[in-house]
Write a protein of this length. Sequence first.
Length: 356
Amino acid sequence: MNITTPSSITVQKTSTSRINDVNFDSLEFGTVFSDHMFSCDYKDGRWQNAQILPYGPISISPAAKVFHYGQAVFEGMKAYKDDDGGVFMFRPDENFRRINKSSKRMAIPEFPEELFFGALNTLLEMDKDWIKPGLGNSLYIRPFAMATQVGVSASASNEYKFIILLSPAQAYYSGDVKVVFSEHYSRAADGGVGFAKAAGNYGAQFYPTNLAKEKGFQQVIWTDSHTHEYLEEAGTMNIFFRINDSLLTAPTSDRILDGVTRKSLLKLAETMGIKAEVRPVKVAEIKEAHANGSLKEIFGAGTAAVISPISAFSHGEVTYDLPKQEDSYAAMFKSRLMDIQYNRSEDPFGWRYRVV
C-alpha cells in the first residue's frame, strides 16, 4: 500500500510531549492517549478542515445530534513496532472499508481513502515513540465519526466530525475469562445494525454484561434474538469453538460483525490444514460436545484482545468448565498472528503494512 500525506492536512505539533509522564508498564486499556490526534469536519456536502493537532478536548453543542439520535460509528485497529524500530499496521484496508460500510448504514457520509490513510501515516510517524516494541505492546488506533449538527429534530445530521485517536496498549484481558450464554438479551436483530460498528450496539451490551459480572463472569456470548438457541458473538469479539480438532464459528450476517481477526484466523486455519466450519452454532450442540468431551476450546477473537481463551461458560444457571489444552489452538493462532503483526515471520498474505 502506497501511503502518502495529502497536502490538505494541516499539522500543528504539540509544544511539549506527555510521553515521559506515562508508565508504559502499567497501562489501563484505552485511557492514555498519545500527543496528537486527527480531526476533520463534514460541512456543505464535503469533508474539510483536515488537521493534526495536539490531543485535547473538543467543543461541541449539547444539542448535537450524536447525543440525541446516536449517529456515531467507530473502528479499532493497531500499529506495532518490530525489534528494529519499524512500524506496521495490520490489514488497515479492511478497517477502512468497514468504517465506511458502518457509516453508510448510519447515514453518515463515507470518508475519503486518501485522507484516511494519509492521516494515519502522518499520525503514526509523529507519535511513533508511543509504540513500544515487544509482543503484547501496540498502539491502539480509534477512528470514529459522529453527528455534530445542532438540532434535536429526528433526522440525519448534515454535519459530522471525524477523529482519529492513538492509545498505547498492552494485553486487553488478563487471567481466565468466564462467559455466560445469553438466554434473554441479544446484541442485534435481523435487518438492524449488528454488522456495523455503531456506538449504540455497544452501549446496549453494558447492562446484561454487568448482570453477568455480578455472578462472577467477565463476558456474555450473545444468542440470536428469535430463539436464543444459536451462539453468535462474545462481548465485542467474534467467537470460535474447537470441537476435537476442528474449528466452528458463526457466519457473518446483519447481526454479526465481519471481524478482521476472525477472517484472518479462518485464513490461517486453511493454510495450516485445520478444518474450519462457518455455520450456525447451537447452544445445545456446544453443551453436548462438553458432555461427551469433544469440546476442547472456546476463544474470542478481536483487535483489542487478539485472542482471548475462555475457561468456562454458564447456561441455565449451570457452569461448565473447560480443560486446559497442551496443544491449544488459541495459543497457536495467537502466536502465528502476532508473528506477522510484529514482523517476526514471513507474511504470505500481504496483511502487514509498513508505515515507518
